[in-house]
Write a protein that binds this ligand. Structure first.
Ligand code: HEM
Length: 487
């Protein structure tokens, strides 16, 4: 009797899946199947078995789609996914699908309804409100902070000068968090070293918990999540992460009391991020809750991305001494031994190409996941409403098969026109909902590298580098560098 019931349930489930699939492709030819997809269950086995190695999964879907001409499709559970690596289709998809994938909802207990996680309906007004705080004049106003933070970093790593390899990521992460707080929030709360370390540790722990929820489907049930003890752990981590935001807001409000806030940089009126929000809150236009969520979002998205990209860039430079020397020559030529000023930024063309090349090979954000909430017409296919799409900068950036694990690092290609930093370059995302912090990140990374490479000669061995993917692509071992002070 029990086996009959089981067979009946199985048949009903299968019928449901087939019906849903038929509806999701109705009237439109589907793109080629992602290699490895099985009938009915699609890519479910691969996704579930990749819970602890999502990088392998990302690599498989990315190279599979590139091989099949730039777009493939498969299913996971009852849901249809499109994998896009064709550059033009990627731009169309990114501009048409503004709603992020439901996996971002798993971050909501942490980031609330901030810019990164907010729905497509509310996104436009949030973005309009925050954009002025990331404009060029504001970023130019932060150059002093970027320069002094970079000098601080040089002193912090000095004990490793002339010694063996060390994990520079630890120093870059702390420094980038500090820079973000001083620059974007206008306060230094990082005096409390233990507090910062606890914050960074909690961040490193919560990210895998959140990303695993996507593939470990059982943990999406509140009941099972609670039962497994993971909910309690998540709440503890959230306490630490939220206390950082509270500390930032508390200190900032104190610092503003009775103080005239700087209004002008380069003759154009600007407001740093947190001042802009607090001004609006004093006028009653924004709630405290909104400010808290946006502050959390900027902390979460603004420091590990840049530090991570810098970690990879230094490894690449360390493994390519000829590139490093060429960059050093440019830096000496433009800057000699002084700080970076705003007029210098456009003159550092080779340094700029080095950063872009690092973003091409090791895109810190290697996957853009969106909901397809209406039919979207691409060059040769139409994505059906009610499905999901994944765009991978890994291949979009080069329009050729996967190269990220090779040591093929050639910044020159950005200068001779082979690669173009145009609207199809996906290192900072694509289209309207791309990275709001792009100018901040590019400027900050340029300043840090300009100080670092002028002070130290860097050595690294790329052959041992191992990376992982948990929202961000991150080197986890073999990425250590050696430094030697230049004369
Ligand atoms: C190397 C550094 C960085 C890289 C590679 C990077 C990359 C990206 C990418 C690819 C996206 C789009 C994600 C998607 O479409 O799903 C994005 C969005 C975003 N980034 Fe960045 N980012 C960097 C630095 C920053 C910084 C410094 C900040 C803030 C200070 C920031 C804040 C954000 C925010 C708030 C969003 C969401 C934008 C929106 O939904 O409108 N990022 N970033």
């Amino acid at each position: 009797m029990l086996s009959l019931i089981l067979i009946y349930v199985l048949v009903v489930c299968l019928g449901f899946v087939i019906l849903k699939r038929a509806r999701s492709s109705r009237g439109h030819a589907l793109p080629p199947l992602l290699p490895g997809s099985l009938p009915i269950i699609g890519y479910t086995i691969q996704v579930v078995s990749a819970a602890r190695n999502q990088f392998r999964l990302l690599k498989a879907v990315t190279s599979g789609s590139a091989e099949k001409g730039g777009i493939t499709t498969t299913t996971f559970g009852t849901e249809r996914y499109y994998f896009i690596t064709d550059p033009q289709d990627a731009v169309t998809a990114a501009n048409s699908c503004l709603q992020r994938h439901y996996a971002f909802d798993f971050c909501k207990p942490w980031l609330g309804d901030g810019l990164l996680t907010t729905s497509a309906e509310t996104w436009k007004s949030h973005r309009k409100l925050l954009s002025p705080a990331f404009s060029l004049p504001v970023i130019h106003g932060l150059l002093e902070v970027f320069n002094s933070q970079s000098r601080k970093l040089l002193e912090e790593v000095a004990p490793h000068d002339g010694k063996g390899p060390f994990d520079h990521d630890v120093y870059l992460t702390k420094n980038a968090l500090e820079t973000l707080c001083v620059g974007t929030f206008g306060i230094n709360i990082i005096d409390d070293e233990k507090f910062t370390q606890k914050y960074i540790k909690s961040l490193y722990e919560i990210i895998p918990m959140v990303t695993r929820k996507f593939v470990e489907v059982w943990s999406q049930s509140d009941f099972l999540y609670k039962l497994s003890g993971l909910k309690e752990k998540e709440d503890q981590l959230l306490d630490t992460l939220h206390s950082m935001t509270d500390k930032v807001l508390q200190e900032k409000k104190l610092a503003r009391k009775g103080k005239e806030i700087k209004k002008e940089v380069t003759g154009i009126e600007y407001r740093p991020f947190l001042d802009l929000l607090l001004d609006l809150s004093e006028n009653g236009e924004l709630s405290d809750q909104y400010i808290r969520e946006e502050t959390q979002t900027i902390i979460a998205s603004g420091f590990e991305t840049t530090s991570n990209q810098l970690t990879s860039t230094l490894v690449l430079l360390g493994a390519h001494p000829e590139v490093q020397e060429k960059m050093y020559e440019e830096l000496i030529d433009v800057l000699q031994d002084r700080d970076v000023e705003k007029e210098d930024l456009n003159k550092l063309v080779y340094t700029n190409a080095v950063i872009l090349e690092s973003l091409r090979l090791f895109p810190t954000v290697p996957c853009l996941l969106r909901c397809v909430d209406k039919d979207v017409k691409l060059k040769n296919y139409t994505m059906r409403a009610g499905s999901y799409c994944s765009i991978s900068p890994l291949v979009v950036n080069v329009n050729s098969p996967w190269k990220a694990e090779t040591t093929h690092f050639e910044p020159e290609k950005w200068l001779n026109g082979e690669y173009k930093n145009n609207s199809e370059f996906a290192g900072f995302g694509l289209g309207k909902r791309g990275c709001i912090g792009k100018t901040y990140a590019m400027t900050m990374m340029k300043v840090v590298l300009s100080h670092f490479i002028r002070r130290y000669r860097v050595q690294a061995d790329m052959s041992q580098v191992r990376v992982k993917f948990e929202f961000l692509l991150k080197p986890v071992s073999g990425h250590e560098i050696r430094i030697q002070r230049r004369n």
